[in-house]
Design a protein around this ligand. Structure first.
Ligand code: AP5
Ligand code: MG
Ligand code: ZN
Length: 214
């Protein structure tokens, strides 16, 4: 089962991807998490990505395409995976399609989690993230047992540098311009599924499970 999560920043892609991966036992591949881990470890890739991310801009395609194409070829991806935050541009989607085509594969589902821009800023201001294991929380909508500490791995949670309201506005503008066209791209390939992301976490997940099958 090869799944792509589509949706605006803060729509809940990462939250739902985590739940899908736990249920179907497939890896969660988040390009944002990969970049944040590289920034934390101060790698060359992290240094390159950081300046773009801090401004709410996309990292250039050439820094992300090979990374994902190589990742989906690894052994743990043979039963499928959830791509979260990739592709984000038409060239990225085409590169993925070509890489999969070479081995006779294609994407099975592109799930668009729909949330209007007005709801997004509120969600972002309460988000807390674990850079160690990738888990996502919200102070109000998905709180941890102990404040500031990851339920899954015990690491200290962070507020993402790009969750400031000004940066969130930039990210939304970039989303509408560069990423939203992917909705038509995957509709044309008959794999697009839309879910209402304004509902509660569990309800959104139920809608996704109804699409993927139990
Ligand atoms: P990335 O990390 O992918 O960020 P994003 O797409 O902006 O999305 P978010 O992670 O902010 O939101 P989400 O949809 O995962 O929502 P979440 O589940 O956390 O990318 C960051 C940056 O990296 C980009 O700006 C770019 O610079 C770069 N980058 C990454 N991939 C790239 C690529 N392919 N090409 C180029 N550049 C790339 O939920 C948000 C909050 O809401 C959480 O607090 C959560 O608990 C809460 N929440 C979730 N669902 C609900 C609900 N139903 N009800 C109430 N609260 C909810
Ligand atoms: Mg995310
Ligand atoms: Zn954690």
């Amino acid at each position: 089962m090869k799944i792509i999560m589509l949706g605006a920043p803060g729509a809940g892609k990462g939250t739902q991807a985590d739940m899908i991966c736990a249920k179907y036992n497939i890896p969660h591949i988040s390009t944002g998490d990969i970049f944040r881990a590289n920034i934390k470890n101060n790698t060359e890739l992290g240094q390159k990505a950081k300046s773009y991310m801090d401004q709410g801009l996309l990292v250039p395609d050439e820094l992300v395409v090979d990374l994902v194409v190589d990742r989906v070829k690894t052994d743990d991806c043979k039963n499928g995976y959830v791509l979260d935050g990739f592709p984000r541009t038409i060239p990225q989607a085409e590169a993925l399609e070509n890489a999969l085509k070479a081995s006779g594969e294609n994407v099975d589902y592109a799930i668009d989690v729909e949330v209007p821009d007005e709801n997004i800023i509120k969600r972002m201001s309460g988000r807390r993230a674990c850079v160690t294991c990738g888990a996502t929380y919200h102070v109000e909508f998905a709180p941890t047992k102990v404040e500031g500490v990851c339920d899954k791995c015990g690491a200290e949670l962070i507020i993402r540098d790009d969750d400031k309201p000004e940066t969130v506005k930039n990210r939304l503008a970039v989303y509408h311009e560069q990423t939203q066209p992917l909705i038509d791209f995957y509709a044309d390939r008959n794999v697009l599924k839309e879910v209402d992301g304004t509902k509660k976490l569990e309800e959104v997940f139920d809608a996704i499970v109804a699409i993927l099958g139990a």
